[in-house]
Design a protein around this ligand. Structure first.
Ligand code: HEC
Ligand code: HEC
Ligand code: HEC
Ligand code: HEC
Ligand code: HEC
Ligand code: HEC
Ligand code: HEC
Length: 327
């Protein structure tokens, strides 16, 4: 008779517990919050940049044809358009366009030789800088140089191809929404791997159908929304947060149990940062429990103990209850 009530209390207790565990994890991630709210950001170079955005910021632009004395309206092609919002929420939002590009771009038509302009690399600015040491730029570069894409540098592949100069912002490091970060990171890869127009600039290969190539993976959509491409395609690396060594396709992760097991590789990749944070609190696989992501990993010593305690308390309450009723 008392059993349903008992089960109800126990369930309520466990739910409350998992909520507080989730809340603790959340606060934790917030504690590491590094970027400010960007919606209110005003660049010191706003006016300067408008000189470029007046053409590159939207679909239609105008200029004066000095020879004919006419005003011309034209369309800005898609790949030369830059969103103001994207730019002003990116990691390089403090920059003026002409910090990276030649100031000769203020003239239009742009001088022809600017097409040969050599761009800075990440290391030119970030290399050997204490302020950015925590990102390990040098180690990332070393990894990238062993990566399968590096051989495409002769065709123009650079770090910028994955780190869009006008919109990239770090995500996994300060994520508050893991799913969103997964989408963000996968979109980087898919910008070429599901857009042949961009892919063919770097390779003579036929179009590769990513969905077909991953046919062996069940619930593909769900997997691509829950893990990043780099989980399966990179060499694990403990010293950097985001592994950058993309391995040849033959060496990609294909075994289900590499993720679907207690010592899932995801602990060293996708959940690495969170789990490191959590470990500081002694709550080792909290993140996995919070997100209940990995099948077979939902066992936690603390929760086990706590559920026993709750169990004990409930028995005690029922005991007292019965004691007074039978009196
Ligand atoms: C009057 C319109 C206009 C303005 C203002 C303008 N641009 Fe452009 N820009 C264009 C057009 C059109 C193209 C593509 C054709 C070309 O390369 O000339 C282009 C191309 C470019 C390219 C690509 C060149 C390449 O190699 O393909 C860069 C980089 C660029 N602009 C930067 C800038 C910067 C930086 C500014 C501001 C200082 C600026 N532009 C201002 C119209 C403009
Ligand atoms: C942090 C450096 C940096 C800043 C700031 C920057 N750019 Fe660029 N921009 C680049 C690089 C690098 C490329 C070449 C990208 C590539 O190789 O994929 C580029 C390419 C371009 C192109 C050619 C189209 C393309 O995407 O390849 C245009 C147009 C352009 N930039 C305009 C601008 C304008 C306008 C601004 C200011 C709002 C700006 N850039 C600010 C680094 C920068
Ligand atoms: C022209 C110099 C320059 C180049 C080239 C450059 N950066 Fe930066 N980057 C900076 C500066 C300066 C900052 C700091 C801006 C600030 O104070 O917030 C920055 C900020 C960042 C941040 C944010 C750091 C933080 O603490 O939040 C990241 C991530 C980053 N850059 C990555 C890159 C990557 C990846 C590349 C190459 C694809 C690159 N940068 C190329 C100068 C550069
Ligand atoms: C094949 C695509 C690709 C290339 C090429 C690439 N990156 Fe990345 N990079 C990523 C992805 C994906 C992330 C994860 C983005 C996120 O969630 O912050 C990342 C993250 C980073 C971060 C942030 C790591 C952190 O600790 O927060 C830095 C810094 C970085 N890359 C630097 C570089 C440099 C330098 C190069 C060139 C030597 C480079 N990347 C080339 C895909 C790439
Ligand atoms: C669960 C692991 C896993 C995930 C997640 C994954 N891949 Fe793969 N991928 C593989 C394996 C394994 C292969 C090799 C398949 C085979 O046997 O041919 C592969 C093959 C590839 C190839 C080579 C295709 C060819 O035959 O040339 C590309 C490109 C690729 N993946 C890109 C991606 C991109 C982009 C994503 C993210 C949207 C992604 N992968 C996500 C495991 C994965
Ligand atoms: C700028 C375009 C671009 C981006 C962005 C990009 N790739 Fe690629 N990737 C290519 C091209 C082009 C090839 C084909 C190389 C060749 O010709 O063999 C390739 C090849 C591959 C291969 C197959 C390697 C092999 O052994 O054949 C894998 C796996 C792969 N990419 C994964 C990724 C992942 C994961 C990301 C995101 C982190 C990514 N790529 C981002 C252009 C890109
Ligand atoms: C790179 C890590 C990784 C690999 C490899 C992997 N999975 Fe998963 N899988 C996940 C994650 C993370 C989820 C959680 C998805 C969610 O809850 O949204 C998942 C979910 C699932 C689900 C439940 C899907 C759903 O929509 O509820 C099934 C079934 C599954 N995987 C089967 C497999 C099989 C079979 C393989 C091997 C062929 C495999 N997985 C390989 C990480 C992986």
């Amino acid at each position: 008779m008392k059993l349903p009530v008992f089960r109800l209390v126990l369930t309520a207790g466990l739910i409350a517990l998992s909520f507080s565990a989730a809340a603790a994890g959340f606060r934790n991630q917030n504690g590491e919050k590094e970027t400010q709210d960007t919606t209110s950001f005003t660049s010191p170079f706003y006016e300067d940049n408008e000189r470029c955005f007046e053409c590159h910021g939207q679909e239609r632009y105008e200029y004066k044809n000095d020879n004919l004395g006419t005003q011309v309206k034209a369309l800005m092609c898609e790949n030369r358009r830059i969103g103001r919002d994207d730019f002003y929420s990116s990691n390089h939002k403090y920059f003026s366009c002409t910090d990276c590009h030649s100031s000769d771009y203020v003239t239009f038509p742009h001088p022809g030789q600017l097409r040969m302009e050599q761009m800075y690399t990440c290391i030119d600015c970030h290399g050997g800088d204490e302020k950015f040491a925590k990102f390990s730029f040098e180690e990332i570069e070393t990894e990238y140089q062993k990566s399968t894409h590096f051989s495409l540098e002769k065709d123009g592949f650079t770090c910028w191809k994955c780190h869009n100069p006008h919109s990239y912002k770090i995500s996994i490091r300060n994520t508050e929404n893991l799913k969103e970060t997964i989408v963000f990171d996968n979109t980087i890869c898919l910008s070429c791997h599901s857009d042949f127009r961009r892919f063919q600039l770097l390779s003579d290969l036929e179009e590769i159908n990513i969905l077909e190539k991953h046919d062996w993976l069940p619930n593909q959509a769900s997997h691509f929304g829950s893990v990043r491409c780099i989980e399966c395609h990179t060499m694990q690396n403990d010293t950097i947060l985001v592994a950058h060594l993309i391995r040849p396709k033959e060496e990609s992760v294909k075994q289900c149990n590499e993720c679907h097991s207690k010592n899932s590789l995801l602990m060293a990749t996708l959940y690495k940062f969170q789990s490191r944070e959590q470990r500081r609190d002694g709550f080792v696989n909290g993140i996995i429990l919070n997100e209940s992501y990995v099948i077979g990993a939902n066992r936690n010593r603390y929760l086990n103990i706590l559920s026993l305690v709750v169990f004990g308390i409930v028995i005690l309450i029922i005991g007292i209850h019965i004691f007074f009723r039978t009196k």
